[in-house]
Design a protein around this ligand. Structure first.
Ligand SMILES: *Cc1c(COP(=O)(O)O)cnc(C)c1O
Length: 403
């Protein structure tokens, strides 16, 4: 197993060639070590392993070679010292908080984060005496105003879901560090193929591997990347809490990483083309996508991302001028190829009505503040041809025109 120097090679190359697993069988593709435990040459060796005097595998909740290969490869892609894999993105998020925070600590988080992340803040961290203040992702002064002496962690996703708003990673990293806090970025929407938050000053990266790292909608997984001392804390937690990644899933993610850059570039290019086209269509009141020059933070997105990602949202309007749920549902139901599902990160294009699904249980006022209006539709663009995607979206536009 040759390891490549992450400073010398590009993300595309590292995603294919670093942390390659190779046994004496010399298989070209990474093998899967689908085993719960490992055996020893002798009772003395078992004792030495358990006592920590001899390095080596014991049990797959602690270490597994396939999971380790995934961790090393993702750490190299993000440019981090170490990575800890988890059973899901939510396990990675909750695990990071429970490893690094203590009662009395305070968190400042963007209001526009994954819905279940909000549940972790509101229900579980609060129960253990950790308070969270929610702020507007775009508004640096609201982050600044929310900081307290006990603030330990700033948390965000950028671009945001579903409105494609951008957080200024470098500015927020500086704010965090000036106040003795860590900046944690959920890099799920961009992946290291498009955005490297650690290079911009962030301290910890979180992934839902379920999305683009897999890329084909097969497995649940998550990961955390950062400096060794913090990742040691996180590793201690995952070993005790047991939210570890399955070796089978790690193998799927290793294969997914091999095509990550290609998929992210191709899916971003399709999304940009469709966003530009949708912006000119009657029935479309607004397109939210940071790749459009009409997006208020287009320039900032271009500074910190190499492409704009594959998620956009649109606000629809029917022929009578209604911008309501009925118009949105009519558009969605008129498509025949695109999948109606809340998932994203797949090569299959998906369409979602956030107000009645992902944000369905969010209070009306919160929804309004998050910009999740009744006529908003989220599109996560996959790898089908642009021609066929346009034809399917045109069915939705026609349904709006005939209303
Ligand atoms: C899906 C998602 C998560 C949660 O990941 P799971 O793998 O479903 O647990 C966290 N953050 C973002 C941005 C997501 O899209």
């Amino acid at each position: 197993m040759k390891d490549l120097d992450p400073n010398e090679f590009d993300v595309e190359t590292l995603a294919i060639r670093t942390a390659q697993l190779r046994t004496d069988e010399m298989a070209h593709s990474d093998p899967i070590f689908l085993t719960s435990s490992f055996v020893y040459e002798s009772a003395a060796q078992a004792a030495a392993r358990f006592g920590g005097e001899e390095p080596g595998n014991i049990y797959s909740r602690f270490t597994n070679p396939t999971v380790r290969a995934f961790e090393q490869r993702l750490a190299a892609l993000e440019g981090g010292e170490a990575c800890v894999a988890f059973a899901s993105g939510m396990a990675a998020i909750a695990g990071t908080f429970f490893s690094l925070l203590a009662p009395g600590d305070h968190v400042v988080s963007s209001r526009s984060v994954f819905g279940t992340t909000n549940v972790v803040f509101d229900r579980y961290l609060k129960k253990f005496g950790i308070e969270t203040t929610m702020v507007d992702l775009k508004d640096l002064s609201s982050w600044e105003a929310a900081i307290r002496p006990e603030t330990k962690l700033l948390f965000l996703e950028t671009p945001s879901n579903p409105l494609s708003e951008i957080g200024d990673i470098a500015a927020l990293a500086k704010l965090a560090h000036d106040n003795g806090a860590l900046l944690v970025v959920d890099n799920c929407f961009c992946t290291p193929a498009l955005q490297k938050p650690l290079e911009l000053g962030a301290d910890i990266i979180i992934h839902s591997a379920t999305k683009y790292l897999d890329g084909q909608g097969r497995c649940l997984g998550g990961a955390v990347v950062g400096a060794k001392p913090q990742m040691d804390e996180v590793l201690g937690f995952v070993r005790s809490a047991g939210a570890c990644m399955s070796p089978f899933n790690a193998w799927v993610f290793l294969k997914g990483l091999e095509t990550l850059s290609l998929r992210m570039e191709a899916q971003s290019a399709r999304t940009l083309e469709l966003a530009q086209w949708l912006e000119t269509q009657p029935g479309i009141a607004r397109v939210h996508y940071a790749g459009l020059s009409s997006h208020p933070q287009h320039e900032l997105a271009g500074q910190q991302q190499s492409a704009y990602g594959a998620v956009m949202s649109i606000e629809v309007e029917d022929a009578a001028g209604n911008r309501d749920r009925q118009a949105a549902w009519r558009f969605i139901d008129a498509t025949k190829m695109i999948s109606i599902t809340a998932n994203l990160g797949d090569v299959k294009t998906t369409v979602t009505h956030p107000a009645s699904t992902t944000h369905g249980r969010v209070a009306e006022e919160e929804k309004r503040r998050a910009g999740v209006t009744e006529n908003l539709i989220r599109l996560a663009i996959g790898l089908e041809s642009v021609k066929d995607l346009k034809a399917d979206l045109e069915r939705g536009l026609k349904a709006l025109a005939s209303a």
